[in-house]
Design a protein around this ligand. Structure first.
Ligand code: SAM
Length: 266
């Protein structure tokens, strides 16, 4: 198994130029050698736990979230993920520019995972924050690691919502959808995204990010076509776009995503 063990933690250079000094890691961790090129959904690490090395695929969220701190260590510290900060920051900035306030948002955080986005929304003062994810392990990790992040957290499949779960989510009177690092790649399909949009009030706000390749005309995830159609049909108005570095791949190459702020039209 080709792998590299980071011998020394490296400083983090943020895209805005800030340099964050390295902090010691509590994990013994290794990743594939940078010369190995993997698609994002095949990337993995090995971690030394209870006397043995375990290989974990990054997209095996149930396992990743069950080990406290591992998701943060791999995705945020080692691979420098910036997406929650970029997407939530862009939402707050855009709302301010149109004379609205994030403090009035009742947000559905789709693909909420262990709560990093919810925590950021909380810091910005969103009125209500509801997480939704398809796996129990995500809710358990959010409750364990960030108990104050969500007012409510629902485990559900939005492509096949029961009447009871739909009613539970409608009761939240949501007017904003946020979805970070969860579209495509066998994660959230277009039908789950539109299912979530249905739960948001007309004129509500949508903040999300997506890999830039998924916006190309030859994209086969269905998102490029869906967004074009929704814009053409006047269902969605995209008001802000920002291309940025989502994180590094294990080959240390930048993975570029586009963050978007859109409005759900009546
Ligand atoms: C990369 S994680 C992102 C977590 C969090 N948004 C963040 O930025 O840290 C993707 C999340 O999407 C969730 N997910 C995947 N498919 C989903 C689906 N169909 N419906 C809801 N959540 C889904 C996964 O369980 C996982 O928690």
């Amino acid at each position: 198994m080709p792998s590299r063990t980071p011998s020394q933690p490296r400083p983090i250079r943020k895209t805005n130029g800030t340099i964050i000094p390295p902090t010691p890691t509590k994990f013994k961790l290794a990743m594939p050698a940078p010369t190995v090129s993997l698609t994002q959904d095949a990337e993995w690490c090995v971690v030394h736990l209870d006397g043995e090395w375990r290989q974990i695929r990054f997209h095996d969220y149930a396992t990743l979230f069950s080990i406290p701190g591992l998701y943060e260590e791999v995705i945020y510290r080692a691979l420098h993920c910036e997406s929650p900060a970029v997407v939530v920051g862009l939402l707050a900035d855009h709302l301010e520019s149109v004379d609205e306030d994030i403090k009035d948002m009742r947000v559905l955080d789709l693909g909420a995972g262990n709560g990093i986005v919810g925590q950021r929304l909380r810091r910005f003062g969103a009125e209500r924050i509801v997480g939704v994810d398809i796996i129990d392990e995500a809710r358990e990790a959010a409750e364990r690691d960030r108990p104050a992040a969500y007012d409510h957290y629902v485990v559900a499949d939005l492509t096949d919502l029961t009447d009871a779960k739909r009613a539970e989510l409608r009761e939240q009177r949501l007017n904003c959808l946020v979805c970070v690092a969860a579209l495509g790649f066998g994660d959230i399909p277009p039908e789950a995204f539109t299912g979530a949009l249905d739960l948001i009030a007309d004129d509500g706000w949508i903040a999300f990010n997506i890999k830039e390749d998924f916006l190309e005309s030859d994209d086969d995830t269905g998102f490029a076509g869906l967004l074009r159609k929704m814009e053409r049909d006047g269902e969605l108005k995209i008001e802000r776009r920002r291309r940025y570095r989502h994180r590094l791949g294990t080959d240390l190459q930048p993975l570029h995503y586009v963050a978007m702020i859109a409005r759900k039209m009546g």
